[in-house]
Design a protein around this ligand. Structure first.
Ligand code: ADP
Ligand code: MG
Length: 626
């Protein structure tokens, strides 16, 4: 090194990360070779892409390749690439910080994950630091394609690194690892060769080991399906997905018209967002004629398919398109539509072939499809087929498709009904399902807060409207008979018309601030009362979610919409309430308010707990007094 050298501290989270890498991950050391090769390949891809639009590049004549040199005298392993290189500032930034937001939770999660599955480190952008698993000292000599002078970065992986100028370098990056005492076997050619075969055989540039090319450069996705072996698919998936397990599903398809497409996408077995890493980056790369033009492309698939891993290649795209231009390119939008529809169709076929396996997929990735159904109108029809929910006729824990529901519908039923609740048991004990049970009409249970948004966005399925059972205007069939005579007592089972209208008028006045109306129910069988939604769009569950999010973001309430209350004229409590009203109006008011609060709770809506508990005690006191 010549010229001035500066010393820099690693950022605090980088230090922690290095600590994890050096002390917890050393048992899986081989991984560092893969990480460094993958960085070299990324740098080569970036250079290849830039050189399509820039003629004026430094060292333009160099072949695009990766070279690995082993020295058993000095105990070093050197990986050289002729990629895009790094300036001094880039060395400082890229190799001094963590690409991902390096919060403490991220790191502790990583430490946990690393104990279970070391391959995770490649997925979360901490790859370079794996060099310290095997190296005492790591030097990175790099020269950018922009012609600026080269620099050397050097560190022993503890607290700091130095950067100094280094003239005379060629374009690209050389990583020199001085191997630790117990990592000296990495100078053996057979060992490195077997690691490359295992992890890096799909790198799309030649990898030379001691002067010999050891990989076969190929673009699997452009080959004929029938010529590809299962192991090749599996290796390819592990390579691009940074995975150790087999994928859950695979879709490989090619089309010539209307667009030329070669796509190979995989569904992994795990949903990484549940590890607490936040939104994962999209996992599908966009190629044109085998040249990478957009890695982790945000454009080629909708955001809610970010869990997919794979490759899309289209010859129709202009090779020199910039990443910004991809965003509003009409052709990209068309590709996105075609590939998304094809993928959703594939899922539907998989579900038909093996519904058990599909339920596994649904449990892991269903949340993404729900996200799609609430955000993307373009694919509603396809997504509707893929949704799964429990219902009054499904086995607990075995959700069904809307199509199953439609098959079971009676000929006179025109709508698909659903109701939200925290659990199957809570829904089945509540008032909303009573009439459905009595009439043997199936009702879908939406158990997640997002579900009602999904179904209300979907609006209909197979030509049948999707209707929440807490709607005020719900009519299940012709009105029930007005009066029934109890056969044993000869008593009128229901309150008579006059008594009823007197009672509802009074209750309406009493509860004026919280309900818009009190009406006689045509649906209640056992429960005394229930809350229903007059506006027909928002369900109580949706309202609860929105209120919670307003609270979280400190947005003042917009005044919740007023509900309607239905009362059951055949219920003994309601009948006795009418009588009590005539005797003791103030106590009847306490009871009526309590009935209202109970119905609100059954709707999952908020009541004032203090007022309710106090009232409840007053009522109980009266009861024990006798
Ligand atoms: P990731 O590859 O996931 O971004 P790494 O820790 O492996 O994370 O690398 C950090 C960054 O350092 C890369 O994003 C890249 O900008 C830079 N880098 C690493 N190796 C090279 C290389 N061989 N050539 C150019 N840049 C590199
Ligand atoms: Mg990397």
């Amino acid at each position: 090194m010549t010229g001035k050298t500066t010393t820099h501290e690693f950022k605090a989270e980088t230090k922690k990360l290095l600590d994890i890498v050096i002390n917890s991950l050393y048992t899986e050391r081989d991984v560092f070779v893969r990480e460094l090769i993958s960085n070299a390949a990324d740098a080569l891809e970036k250079f290849r892409h830039e050189s399509l639009t820039h003629t004026d590049v430094f060292d333009g004549h160099l072949p695009l390749e990766i070279a690995i040199e082993l020295d058993d005298k000095k105990n070093t392993l050197t990986i050289t690439d002729t990629g895009i290189g790094m300036t001094g500032a880039e060395l400082e930034h890229n190799l001094g910080t963590i690409a991902h937001s390096g919060s403490n939770t991220f790191l502790s999660q990583l430490a946990e994950a690393a104990k279970k599955d070391v391959s995770l480190i490649g997925q979360f952008g901490v790859g370079f630091y794996s060099a310290f698993m095997a190296g005492n000292i790591v030097r990175v000599q790099s020269r950018s394609w922009d012609k600026s002078e080269g620099h050397e970065w050097l560190s022993d992986g503890t607290g700091s690194f130095t950067i100094g100028e280094m003239p005379g370098l060629r374009r690209g990056t050389k990583v020199i690892i001085e191997l630790k005492e117990d990592a000296k076997d990495y100078v053996q050619k057979w060992k490195i060769e077997s690691i490359i075969k295992q992890y890096s055989s799909f790198v799309s540039f030649p990898i030379k080991l001691a002067g010999e090319v050891v990989n076969t450069v190929q673009a699997l996705w452009t080959r004929n399906k029938s010529d590809i072996k299962e192991e090749e698919y599996s290796e390819f998936y592990k390579f691009i997905g940074g995975a150790v397990s087999e994928p859950m599903y695979r879709l490989h398809f090619s089309a010539d018209a209307p667009l030329a497409i070669n796509a190979l996408v995989f569904v992994p077995v795990e949903n990484f967002e549940v590890f607490g890493f936040g939104k994962v980056d999209p996992g599908v790369n966009l190629y044109c004629q085998r040249i990478l033009i957009d890695q982790h492309s945000k454009n080629i698939l909708p955001e809610w398919l970010r869990f997919l891993k794979g490759v899309v290649d289209s010859e129709d795209l202009p090779l020199n398109i910039s990443r910004q231009a991809l965003q509003d390119n009409a052709l990209v939008a068309k590709l996105r539509k075609v590939i998304t529809k094809r993928f959703l169709k594939h899922l539907d076929e998989e579900a038909k072939n093996d519904s058990e396996k599909y339920l596994g997929f649904w449990t892991t990735f269903g949340i993404y499809l729900k996200e799609g159904a609430t955000s993307d109108y373009e694919f509603q029809k396809e997504l509707g087929k893929l949704l799964r929910f429990e219902s009054s006729k499904s086995e607990p824990g075995k959700p069904i498709a809307l199509a199953d529901y439609v098959l079971r519908m009676g000929s006179e039923q025109k709508e698909i009904y659903y109701i939200n609740g925290p659990s199957r048991a809570a829904i089945e004990a509540g008032p909303y399902v009573e009439m459905f049970k009595k009439k043997d009409i199936e009702i879908i249970y939406t158990l997640e807060p997002i579900d009602d948004f999904v179904l209300s966005h979907l609006a209909e399925f197979d030509g049948k409207k999707l209707v929440s059972a807490d709607r005020a205007d719900l009519s299940l069939s012709k009105d029930e008979e007005e009066t029934k005579i109890d056969e044993t007592t000869g008593e009128n089972e229901r309150l008579d018309k006059d008594a009823l209208s007197k009672l509802t008028e009074w209750m309406k006045k009493l509860l004026e601030t919280s309900v818009s109306d009190v009406v006689v129910s045509k649906r209640l069988v056992d429960a005394p009362a229930m809350i229903v939604n007059p506006d027909g769009f928002m369900t109580s569950s949706m309202e609860r979610v929105l209120a919670a999010s307003r609270k979280e973001h400190g947005i003042p309430g917009m005044g919740e919409s007023k509900k309607k209350m239905e009362i059951n004229p055949g219920n003994p409590l309601i009948k006795k309430l009418a009588a009590l009203h005539d005797r003791d109006e103030s106590f009847a008011a306490e009871v009526a308010r309590q009935i209202h609060d109970n119905a609100m709770i059954q709707a999952g809506l908020v009541v004032d707990p203090l007022a309710m508990v106090e009232r409840n005690y007053r009522i109980l006191s009266r009861v024990v007094e006798g």
